[in-house]
Design a protein around this ligand. Structure first.
Ligand code: ATP
Ligand code: MG
Ligand code: MG
Ligand code: MG
Length: 469
């Protein structure tokens, strides 16, 4: 049964509304009053205080389609974009939430009913995981939903990852968290990858579609876990992943939204091979960049604004690689707003602003991009080993406005990497010089011309990398 992304969004919200959930609009990508979080990375973020019991709402069940960005902070998928079938910097998370209302049993029932009854997914293609010690969740899946035990995998919380995220979900270093049960879809033997828990699980054959978190704790800064006032439920399903299934394709990049965006990108750039990986990257990046600007983030040299600037520059570099002549990126805002369905409304209202900001950024970076690429390519060719030295990475950053991750992106295309530590120490040396120069009490920031990148004197000290102000 084919469903458009827009239809899936509506079906999900209506399903949970019919189960007594309040439909709550997506919140901003910039978390309100939460300095611990770089960008909204899950549907539960806007309900954090409700889970903690600090905020009372008029309802105990909610559902939303939340825009999320995972391009920095605890959940960072920037380096996955273009390489996996399932990761974006920007995506929409469909979620249902119980604030001390229902718990494991109903959460699992609702998820299963939505997938197999409403969307009519074939049961035999679904697999689930539970937290290793969660016999209760195992029994609900096995006995009540009838899933054979060999398709329920117990997964612990420690696979060596810095945040031990597997089957224990946490939004950040602190805050509400808990064990979870995840639902995977098997895209078939022709795709490389193995079931969850197997060494090949990172392949894209078994794709995680839905995470149901049993919120039970509030993690403190010192690592201790305080029980929440009432056990709750927080779930998240990436709309693009479920759209891929409903549209009979494997990769998120093949769904309606991305097909349109990839085609528009190819048209705007004048490039023909629609399977090119750079087209996917640009199509991904226009979404995060456009929505970050809608939510008030402006490109800058620090914090959230620098993440935005880095994503824009990566997109521009990929466009340039495909032969784009002049600014192209901002031309994708209109097509994006048109294809996003109900999630495109806010973008439509701010389209002119978003286009303007992106165009200025593109043009600024365009001035140094070609020269920087030439230097980078020359350096990569002249290299002996596999790691580009930190001084060169720093020079590209400092003089040509190449964020280190962009340089790394180029190096990675050739199977090479960059010396991040060397880059950091070159950067620190620069800061030190700037501090010493500062002791003479002269403020150069108004004197230095923004258009002359060679005079840029360091991270955050001037707007030489193309501030839009
Ligand atoms: P993965 O293991 O595939 O990286 P995750 O475990 O990090 O996903 P969760 O934090 O559990 O993801 O988020 C809930 C859901 O949001 C996932 O099951 C998936 O459907 C979706 N999702 C997560 N990250 C992304 C992303 N970068 N792009 C698109 N969808 C995503
Ligand atoms: Mg992930
Ligand atoms: Mg996962
Ligand atoms: Mg998950």
């Amino acid at each position: 049964m084919y469903m458009s992304t827009d239809e899936i969004r509506r079906a999900f919200l209506e399903f949970f509304e019919s189960k007594g959930h309040q439909i709550v609009p997506s919140s901003s990508l910039v978390p309100a009053n939460d300095p611990t979080l770089l960008f909204t990375n899950a549907g539960m973020n806007q309900f954090k205080d409700t889970f903690l019991g600090a905020e009372k709402r008029a309802y105990t069940r909610a559902t939303s389609a939340q825009r999320c960005v995972r391009a920095g902070g605890k959940h960072n998928d920037l380096e996955n974009v273009g390489f996996t079938a399932r990761h974006h910097t920007f995506f929409e998370m469909l979620g249902n939430f119980s604030f001390g209302d229902y718990f494991k049993e109903d959460a699992i029932k609702y998820a299963w009913e939505f997938l197999t009854d409403v969307l009519k997914l074939p049961k035999e293609k679904l697999m689930v995981t539970v937290y290793e010690t969660d016999d209760e969740a195992f029994a609900i899946w096995n006995e009540q939903m009838g899933i054979p035990a060999d398709r329920i995998v117990r997964i612990g919380d420690n696979k060596g990852a810095p945040y031990a995220s597997d089957n224990f979900w946490q939004m950040g270093d602190t805050g509400p968290c808990g064990p979870c049960t995840e639902i995977f879809f098997d895209h078939g033997e022709h795709i490389w990858g193995g079931p969850p828990g197997s060494p090949e699980e990172d392949g894209d054959r078994f794709i995680e579609i839905w995470n149901n978190v049993f919120m039970q704790f509030n993690r403190q800064a010192d690592g201790t876990m305080e029980p929440l006032p009432k056990p709750s439920v927080d779930t998240g399903m990436g709309i693009e992943r479920i759209a891929a299934i409903m549209q009979g394709v494997h990769s998120n990049y093949e769904i309606d939204i991305f097909q349109t965006l990839i085609k528009e990108t190819a048209d705007v750039i004048g490039y023909e091979d629609l399977s090119n990986q750079s087209l996917r990257v640009v199509a991904d990046h226009i979404r995060s960049c456009a929505y970050l600007i809608v939510d008030g983030v402006m490109p800058s040299n620090e914090g959230r604004g620098y993440v935005l600037r880095r994503i824009i520059r990566r997109a521009v570099r990929h466009g340039n690689k495909l032969g784009a002549q002049g600014a192209f990126f901002h031309k994708l805002v209109g097509p994006l707003a048109a294809i996003m369905g109900t999630a495109g409304e806010e973008l439509k209202k701010q389209q002119a602003l978003v286009e303007k900001v992106l165009k200025i950024e593109e043009e600024n970076f365009g001035r140094t991009l070609d020269r920087g690429m030439q230097i980078l390519n020359d350096s990569l060719e002249a290299m002996d080993g596999k790691v580009l030295d930190g001084e060169t990475v720093f020079k590209l950053y400092d003089t040509y406005g190449f964020p280190a991750d962009l340089t790394n992106d180029v190096a990675r295309e050739r199977g090479l990497s960059i010396d991040e530590e060397g880059f950091e120490s070159a950067m620190e040396a620069q800061r030190q010089r700037a501090r010493e120069a500062g002791q003479f009490g002269v403020d150069y920031s108004n004197v230095i011309k923004v258009d002359e990148p060679s005079e840029f004197t360091g991270y955050g000290s001037t707007s030489g990398q193309g501030s839009i102000t």
